[in-house]
Design a protein around this ligand. Structure first.
Ligand code: ZN
Length: 192
């Protein structure tokens, strides 16, 4: 398992709700935390490891020995309030940062790995991370949400990502679109 970078097609996949959790899915979640910590991230969505599962992991401390680990399965956001702009980055866009405007506060409902439903009203950093990760599950990436001027500013970097992706694909490091789509469908059959 590895973190896939833009423009990998899995990042544009709209995830279907997860219907069951088993030992392998728990192991996948553990590996997602490990990858997230390895890259000093605060959140990682299943799309970012090329899995079509509606879940993400989060630890605002970005440190396995600090903060709290959260797994949000089938998150649903509601009641957006206010508006705030803050710089964001993403493990699928290494070293790219840009300001994103989002609702300041939101409510979230989700399930834990143990199948317990929970809900909360969030603001500040945790609200932003939950919105960023839930976007991933809908196939939306943070650069989609930039203002027009920031879109222009990041364009050359996105073009570089595109070139890197194509050359990795040419040497066989990344499967073609059909194979990626087949793999996503297999995972969906098993868990969604
Ligand atoms: Zn991201």
């Amino acid at each position: 398992m590895e973190i896939v970078a833009f423009p990998h097609p899995a990042l544009r996949h709209e995830s279907k709700p997860v219907k069951r959790v088993d030992a392998s899915l728990r192991q996948i979640v553990r590996t997602m935390f490990d990858l997230m910590y390895e890259h000093r991230g605060v959140g990682l969505a299943a799309n970012q490891v090329a899995l079509p599962l509606r879940l993400f992991v989060m630890n605002l401390a970005a440190d396995p020995n600090d903060g709290e680990e959260h797994v949000l399965i089938n998150p649903v956001l509601s009641r957006p309030k206010g508006s705030a702009e803050q710089e964001e980055g993403c493990l699928s866009f290494p070293e790219l940062y840009a300001p994103v405007r989002r609702p300041e506060a939101i409510s979230v409902q989700a399930y834990s790995l143990d199948g317990e439903a929970f809900e909360g009203d969030l603001d500040g950093l945790v609200s932003r991370v939950v919105q960023h990760e839930t976007d991933h599950l809908d196939g939306v990436v943070f650069t989609d949400r930039l203002s027009e001027s920031h879109q222009l500013a990041v364009r050359p970097t996105l073009d570089e990502f595109e070139l890197t992706f194509q050359s990795r694909r040419q040497v066989g490091e990344i499967p073609d679109d059909v194979e990626i789509a087949d793999r996503l469908t297999q995972w969906e059959r098993e868990y969604c």
